[in-house]
Design a protein around this ligand. Structure first.
Ligand code: 0L1
Ligand code: MG
Length: 271
C-alpha cells in the first residue's frame, strides 16, 4: 500500500499555521468545524501532515510530552465507513492518557467514539523506509490491550483523508490496561475482542482486521514517519488501529473491552 506524501504541499506557511489554530480551537473548545477541504479543496495528504506537525509543535510547546503515535483507518471496514482509501497516523501526548477504570469527561469532546486496539511499547528504535512487521516485533518490549477514544472535530464525523490527518487522526483520549504480554508469547494476528457498552455487546472483532496483523500497522507508521524525516524512538507507545468499529459514547455509559489473552480495559463516561 503506497503512503507516499505526494503530491506535495499546496498550502502556504500562513495557511498551515491558520489551519492548525482552527483545529486546536475546535479541540480545546470541543466544537465542530467544517472539514478543511471545504475551504481548501486542493489540500493534499502532505498538507494534512504539515498542519498536524504544527499542531504537535504547539501542543508540545504548552508542556505536553510526546509519548507515542497512533495508526488510524487501518481496517477495510473503517476505510469504507469513513470513505478513505489509505491509513493515517497521529501523535499521542501525555494529556490524552486516562487511567484504566477512570471516569472520562465527555464535556470536553465533540462526539466521542470508542474502539478496541492492541498497543505496542517499544524497547528499541525503529526507522523506515522499508520497516517490516518482523522488525517491529523484534523491537517490541510488550503489547497491551487499549481503548482509543476518538473525536473528530469535523461536523457530523464527515471528512476526507487530508482533513482527518490535519485533525491528528481524530485522536482524543486513550486508555491502556489489562495484562501486558510479550509479543512472542501470543498470536497477535488472531486475538479476539468483544466491546461491551452498559453490559451489552456492541462490537466484536479479531486483530487480523488491522492490516492483517497489528504489527503491520506499526511498520506502516514507521514508514510514514520516515517520509516526514522522523523515526520511532525506543520507549514509544503505539496504538495500532481499531479492531472493532468505533462506537459512540455519552455521559453515563460504561465501557468494557474484553481481549483474548490480554484481559479487560474498562472506563466510564461522565458529563
Ligand atoms: O483511530 C482511527 O482509526 C480514527 C482515524 C480517524 C477517522 C475517524 O475519526 O474515525
Ligand atoms: Mg484508533
Amino acid at each position: 500500500m503506497s503512503t507516499e506524501l505526494t503530491p506535495a504541499l499546496t498550502l502556504s506557511r500562513e495557511d498551515i499555521v491558520r489551519l492548525s489554530e482552527r483545529i486546536e480551537g475546535a479541540q480545546t473548545g470541543a466544537h465542530a468545524i467544517p472539514k478543511l477541504t471545504d475551504e481548501y479543496p486542493a489540500m493534499t495528504v502532505a498538507d494534512g501532515y504539515a498542519v498536524q506537525a504544527e499542531l504537535r509543535r504547539r501542543r508540545l510547546a504548552r508542556g505536553n510530552r510526546l509519548i507515542g503515535w497512533k495508526v488510524g483507518l487501518t481496517s477495510k471496514a473503517k476505510m469504507l465507513q469513513m470513505g478513505v482509501d489509505v491509513p493515517s497516523i497521529g501523535f499521542l501526548t501525555s494529556d490524552m492518557a486516562r487511567p484504566e477504570n477512570s471516569a472520562i469527561s465527555t464535556g470536553d469532546m465533540v462526539h466521542p467514539r470508542v474502539e478496541c486496539e492492541v498497543a505496542f511499547v517499544t524497547r528499541a528504535p525503529l526507522a523506515g523506509p522499508g520497516c517490516t512487521r518482523e522488525q517491529v516485533l523484534a523491537a517490541t518490549d510488550y503489547v497491551l490491550p487499549a481503548v482509543e477514544v476518538i473525536d473528530s472535530r469535523f461536523s457530523g464525523f464527515k471528512f476526507d483523508l487530508s482533513s482527518v490527518i490535519a485533525d491528528n487522526g481524530s485522536a482524543a483520549r486513550f486508555v491502556g490496561g489489562g495484562r501486558a504480554r510479550l509479543p512472542q508469547d501470543i498470536d497477535l494476528r488472531t486475538l479476539g475482542v468483544v466491546l461491551e457498552k452498559n453490559g451489552e455487546i456492541v462490537a466484536a472483532g479479531a486483530s487480523a482486521a488491522v492490516l492483517g496483523h497489528p504489527a503491520e500497522a506499526v511498520a506502516m507508521l514507521v514508514n510514514i514517519l520516515a517520509e516526514q524525516g522522523e523515526t520511532l524512538p525506543a520507549g514509544s507507545f503505539v496504538m495500532s488501529g481499531g479492531i472493532t468499529e468505533a462506537i459512540p459514547v455519552k455521559a453515563g455509559d460504561c465501557v468494557i473491552a474484553r481481549f483474548q489473552e490480554l484481559g479487560d480495559v474498562s472506563m466510564r463516561f461522565v458529563a
